[in-house]
Structure formats: structure tokens, C-alpha cells
Design a binder for this molecule. Structure first.
Ligand code: PEP
Length: 248
């Protein structure tokens, strides 16, 4: 039985004070929750302060990105050791905004996933097609390339979470229909089974792209959708807690 995850990606939003206030409300609103996992991904500057708020709660912390070296002359980068030190359990890797604006390649994503696992961080690996790719009918080819690329050389999936995030659905209000999303989740599951065998049955595959409390119920009802990676709707406590309240 896979335990659901609802993860909030705050992106480049929230001051430290705003992050602390949001984290506090999420903590209060999820007290006693046992049937799933709640994760928040604040900006780097707020990680430590959010950690102080969330200590003793069931809410885990994710970073939104990391570099693939432990330390050194990499101006502006943040290492996985630093993220562990700041209280992160998870790290989002290969978000489409990283791939697009910061030109992250499959190779870079793979190096980051490997390094995260070696450091004891659980990667939430993002994959998904653009609208142009969907219109050309190459969604599965794109997702196949991204999943294989990200996981190349990784022999165990125990700590890996996949997030299927169609790029055309991110921040657009255009949510994938539950059957559209399930088709790709099912494809990813079958791909993982092909590579890793039956262990792939336990991997959580999250859907991301304009999830709100009004559309999550139908999405989470799908067999291979194990939760959500939420951007915009995670920035307001009522929107985020509303999504969590709909989880089974
Ligand atoms: C995201 O950025 O991961 C995301 C899913 O954003 P939104 O929920 O705003 O579409």
C-alpha cells in the first residue's frame, strides 16, 4: 500500500516571516495526520526557520533544487550536505522550470538524483511533456527519456519519488484530466516495472500541474496517482490544507 504525499513547492516566493507563518499554519492543520505525508519546499533562505517551526510535527521539508557536489568553488550553489544540515528530507530535482530557465539536462538531473540518494536525501524527480510534445503525440517518448535519464545507474528505488508534471499544466490553471494523468502515471509505473521489477509497485508517483482543492479528489482516485506536487495552491494555507483534507 503506497502512502500518499502532498508536497508544496513554494518556488521563489515568501520571505522568512511569511514562510514561518505558512509553515506554522500547515503544522497546526496537519497535527495528528497519519495516513499520508505532507512536505513543504520553502526557498533556501527560509529552510532553517521553517525547520524550527516544523520540528516535532509530521510535516517534512524539501529543498527545491541542489547541486551535485558536497562543497567547493561553486558560487551560488547549495550542496546536499547543506540541505541535510538545514533539515531537509526531500529534494525536488529536475523541475521543468529548472530544465527550462537553467538549462538542466538529463545528465545533470541524473547526477543530482545520484548525489541526493548518496547523501540520504529523497529525490522528488520531475518529468513531463510540453504542450508541443503532447500535440505531436510524443508524451510517452519524452517521459520515457526523462525517467530513464534521471534514474540511469540507480539500482534501488526505495527513496525515489516521481512527479509527473505536464509542463502545459504548471501554473496555467489547465489541469490534466484524471484519465490523461492516469495514462502517463500508468506508463511510468510500467516503465519502472520493466527496469526494476516488482519493487516499482511501491514507488510513489505524484501528479503536479494546477492542482487545487477542487480538482484533487478525482485525480487521487486514479490507481497510479499517489499524491500531488502543488505550486500555486500551496502558497495559501487554506488551499494547501484543503488539498490535504481531500486525501484518502
Ligand atoms: C509546480 O510548480 O510544481 C506546480 C505544479 O505548480 P502549479 O501547482 O502552480 O501548477
Amino acid at each position: 500500500m503506497r502512502k500518499w504525499i502532498v508536497a508544496g513547492n513554494w518556488k521563489m516566493n515568501n520571505t522568512i516571516d511569511e514562510s514561518v507563518a505558512l509553515a506554522r499554519t500547515v503544522k497546526e492543520g496537519t497535527a495528528g495526520l497519519k495516513n499520508g505525508e505532507v512536505v513543504v519546499a520553502p526557498p533556501f533562505t527560509a529552510l532553517q526557520s521553517v525547520r524550527e517551526i516544523l520540528t516535532g510535527s509530521t510535516v517534512a521539508i524539501a529543498a527545491q533544487n541542489m547541486y551535485f557536489e558536497d562543497k567547493g568553488a561553486y558560487t551560488g550553489e547549495v550542496s546536499p550536505l547543506m540541505l541535510k544540515d538545514a533539515g531537509c528530507t526531500y529534494v525536488i530535482i529536475g523541475h521543468s522550470e529548472r530544465r527550462k530557465y537553467f538549462v538542466e539536462s538529463e545528465e545533470t538531473v541524473n547526477l543530482k538524483v545520484k548525489k541526493a540518494l548518496a547523501t540520504g536525501l529523497k529525490p522528488i524527480v520531475c518529468v513531463g511533456e510540453t504542450d508541443g510534445e503532447r500535440n505531436k503525440g510524443i508524451t510517452e517518448a519524452v517521459v520515457n527519456r526523462q525517467v530513464r535519464g534521471a534514474l540511469d545507474g540507480i539500482d534501488k528505488l526505495d527513496d525515489v519519488v516521481i512527479a509527473y508534471e505536464p509542463v502545459w499544466a504548471i501554473g496555467t490553471g489547465l489541469v490534466a484530466t484524471p484519465p490523461q494523468a492516469e495514462d502517463v502515471h500508468d506508463f511510468i509505473r510500467r516503465l519502472l516495472v520493466e527496469i526494476y521489477g516488482c519493487a516499482a509497485a511501491d514507488v510513489r508517483i505524484l501528479y503536479g500541474g494546477s492542482v487545487t482543492k477542487d480538482n484533487i479528489t478525482e485525480l487521487i482516485a486514479m490507481e497510479d496517482i499517489d499524491g500531488a506536487l502543488v505550486g500555486g495552491a500551496s502558497l495559501k494555507a487554506d488551499g494547501f490544507l484543503g488539498i490535504i483534507s481531500k486525501m484518502p
